[in-house]
Design a protein around this ligand. Structure first.
Ligand code: FAD
Length: 309
């Protein structure tokens, strides 16, 4: 990750630059489907029409109070209801962040509260005929996230989980997750992490990504390759082919608003191409991570800052 981008990741936790980001025309809308569930469903239906699969995320994270966790959980139930009502469950699943469901509650009840909410969401998804994937957040939550996913999978084995190749531990985690039926979203990682526990050079993150994919393939897992990186994608296409997997036994995933031509191209060649589609008012942390991934976005922000002085 470029050094200049680290301040953006730090700002992602403080809302300090919210007004500034909001003032850049089209920036929020590029990455976020809209403010409410109706917006998300409209965009999701359009993507499905264009041959893509979707995972919808209700924006929100780092919840520190119980009622906000409850509200997030209820929003997911509404979302799943609407996905079912529009007959989209074959192609549309949901992604959840455990910190939005209360994982970080400071009174020590976080893991239990998050697990209860996540179970409720997994049950609703299962009844609707779709699945849930649990996002991976910053490194302080990795262990708790994997623990909770293990619990969720006892009742809902199709629950997916994201892992981040930037973390040194992830190859080991992939070994534990590499089994038939295990849906694993492999990504590079969007959060800053200290050198003691993470690869810091892009090339090392990329090499780890490919090692992790091989581990998942060896174990017969269902890899969800979440990257826009042309080099990574090219090698992954060769690897899944070498292991004899067919579309449906693995999938590609990209973020809404990023490399949309490539998304369309992959879908048109018969690949399962799933778009990560976030919606909601709490777009700030999500958007700052998207900006940090792309150095050019710093220039956009800087220009906006100058024009608003
Ligand atoms: C479906 C999906 C789910 C994800 N879930 C998680 C998760 O649970 N936890 C987590 O930590 N991270 C998650 N990520 C983010 C991921 O970890 C990376 O931060 C992000 O995908 C950028 O890495 P990259 O592999 O695309 O490669 P990069 O080398 O960063 O990007 C390759 C190219 O893609 C384009 N690109 C990449 N990002 C952007 C952007 N934001 N805006 C515009 N263009 C861009 C650029 O052309 C860039 O050159 C997810 C990503 C995807 C696609």
């Amino acid at each position: 990750m470029p050094l200049l981008c680290r301040p953006l990741l730090a700002a992602a936790r403080s809302e300090a630059a919210r007004g500034l980001v909001e003032s850049v025309p089209g920036l929020v809308g590029r990455y976020v489907a809209g403010a409410d569930v109706a917006d998300a469903l409209e965009v999701a239906a359009g993507l499905v029409e264009a041959g893509m699969a979707v995972t919808v995320d209700v924006l929100g994270e780092d919840t520190r109070d119980r009622s906000a966790a409850e509200a997030a959980s209820l929003e997911y139930l509404t979302l799943l209801d609407r996905i079912r009502a529009r007959d989209l469950t074959r192609d549309v699943e949901v992604s959840v962040k455990l910190s939005a469901l209360g994982l970080g509650l400071r009174d020590g009840t976080g893991p239990r509260v998050a697990l209860e909410h996540a179970r409720r969401i997994c049950r609703a998804a299962h009844n609707a005929g779709t699945t849930v994937t649990v996002d991976m957040e910053d490194h302080t939550t990795t262990e708790a996230t994997l623990d909770l996913v293990r619990e969720l999978r006892q009742d809902f084995p199709a629950t997916g989980v994201a892992v981040q190749s930037q973390l040194l531990r992830t190859e080991r985690d992939c070994r534990a997750l590499a089994m038939p039926g295990s849906r694993v979203r492999l990504c590079k990682g969007a959060y800053d992490a200290p050198a003691a526990i993470a690869h810091r050079r892009r090339v090392d993150v990329d090499r780890a990504f490919l090692r992790c994919l091989r581990i998942l393939l060896e174990g017969g897992a269902t890899p969800m390759i979440a990257s826009h990186d042309p080099t990574i994608l090219g090698i992954c296409e060769v690897l899944v082919d070498r292991y004899g997997l067919r579309p449906g036994e693995y999938e590609f995933q990209m973020l809404h608003g990023v490399r949309t031509d490539e998304q369309r191209r992959l879908a048109e060649t018969g690949e399962t191409m799933r778009v990560y589609l976030p919606y909601g008012e709490q777009w700030y942390g999500y958007l700052m991570r998207r900006l940090a991934e792309r150095p050019q976005n710093l220039a956009l922000l800087a220009r906006s800052l100058v024009s608003h002085r």
